[in-house]
Design a protein around this ligand. Structure first.
Ligand code: UT7
Length: 336
């Protein structure tokens, strides 16, 4: 795939984060942690938590409307909705269906993509393929997460709960009117042998006789469990590799890349990735300080803010790169 046959591009972007700011000091009132520990280990200073009106689908709606407006399209131009989330509106049906109802778009195709922090990259690759093959014309891609209702705010959960925040981001993918602009390569990967390094064991349909075991609060299996060191190590090796893979696939050099928009899981991971690749800090986007890890929404929020700051302009060569639970990881290279 080269720029010459790029047929699909990002037409518009938007995001929404709930207004309630939760600082590290706020968390230290709930559990044995400190502003110093959180900043040093992750770079996070604050995150947003939803109030009841900001459900995953409600935040997705706000981000989606902004992205559709940014694309200069009408709601009715959207024919496909993809939602990436690890914190869905309900166990089933998918959050895309709840979002579709809010947008008032009956009949449009709806699909949920379950790839955690790599969800937006997988969704963009899917949207690009759908547009290229004629399955869809305008795909609404949304990453949306409410983590705050699922965290263990006791000392036992402090390694995970301080890292995550709520928010949503949306992009509209559609045909490219300019052959030099669009997606250039996607590289998608997973390694299910690492699934239990970052997961929520309960509830689950593998649990008998009832998928929501009554002791899931006592044994804390209802909360995310993470082997932080394993995730950290995995990310530091696989993210640089997948960035180089995507560049090679599209026939570009690292020096051609204008900006890296990485998943915002930990500032230290992203600094390490930048260092390994020899990228100047001006070429790597960080906004984890203000939002924490918003999982499927993080790259979309960072991308939109980078546009607002003038760091992504028409013609910029931008790399999106993510890793996360699954393990899953991937990269998308695009000419904006
Ligand atoms: O999208 C993917 C999402 N996840 C990630 O990307 C996570 C990747 N991993 C990480 O970011 C890091 O491993 C963490 C930030 C989670 C942890 O940093 P670390 O340097 O690997 O710390 P650690 O887990 O080795 O823990 C060091 C100490 C421990 O105490 P002891 O055993 O040395 O006494 C922990 O109990 O820090 C303690 N600790 C905390 N202390 C204060 C763990 N969490 C906290 C906390 N506040 N929130």
């Amino acid at each position: 795939m080269t720029a010459d046959n790029a047929a699909s591009r990002i037409l518009g972007t938007g995001f929404y984060v709930p207004p309630r700011v939760v600082t590290n000091d706020d968390l230290s009132e709930l559990m044995d942690t400190s502003d110093e520990w959180i900043r040093q280990r992750s770079g996070i200073e604050e995150r947003r938590y939803s109030d009841p009106e900001d459900t995953p689908a409600a935040m997705a709606e706000k981000a989606a409307r902004a992205a559709i407006q940014d694309a200069g399209l009408e709601l009715s131009d959207i024919d496909t909705i993809l939602v990436a989330s690890l914190s869905p509106e309900h166990f089933f049906p998918g959050t895309a269906c709840f979002l579709q109802d809010r947008l008032g778009l009956p009949g449009t195709a709806c699909m949920d993509i379950r790839n955690q922090c790599t969800g937006l990259v997988y969704s963009l690759a899917t949207a690009d393929a759908f547009v290229r093959c004629g399955q869809s014309r305008h795909v609404l891609v949304v990453g949306t997460e409410v983590h705050s209702t699922g965290m263990d705010f006791s000392d036992a959960g402090r390694d995970v709960s301080v890292l995550f925040g709520d928010g949503a981001a949306a992009m509209v993918v559609g045909p490219s009117d300019d052959p030099s602009r669009g997606f250039l390569a996607h590289c998608l990967h997973a390694d299910g042998s690492g699934a239990r390094n970052l997961w929520v064991p309960s509830p689950g349909s593998s649990i008998f006789p009832f998928r929501a075991p009554p002791d899931m609060f006592e044994d804390r299996s209802v909360y995310p469990q993470m082997n932080g060191r394993a995730v950290f190590k995995y990310a530091c090796t696989h993210v640089p590799a997948v960035i180089l893979e995507a560049l090679a696939k599209a026939g570009y050099e690292l020096s051609d890349m204008d900006l890296l928009v990485p998943h915002q899981a930990n500032m230290r991971i992203n600094e390490m990735v930048g260092k390994q690749l020899g990228l100047p800090s001006s070429k790597v986007v960080h906004n984890i300080q203000r939002y924490g890890n918003t999982t499927a929404a993080s790259i979309g929020i960072a991308f939109h803010e980078a546009r607002q700051q003038g760091r992504i302009e028409e013609g910029s060569l931008v790399m999106l790169a993510a890793f996360g639970s699954g393990f899953t990881w991937g990269a998308s290279l695009l000419r904006f």
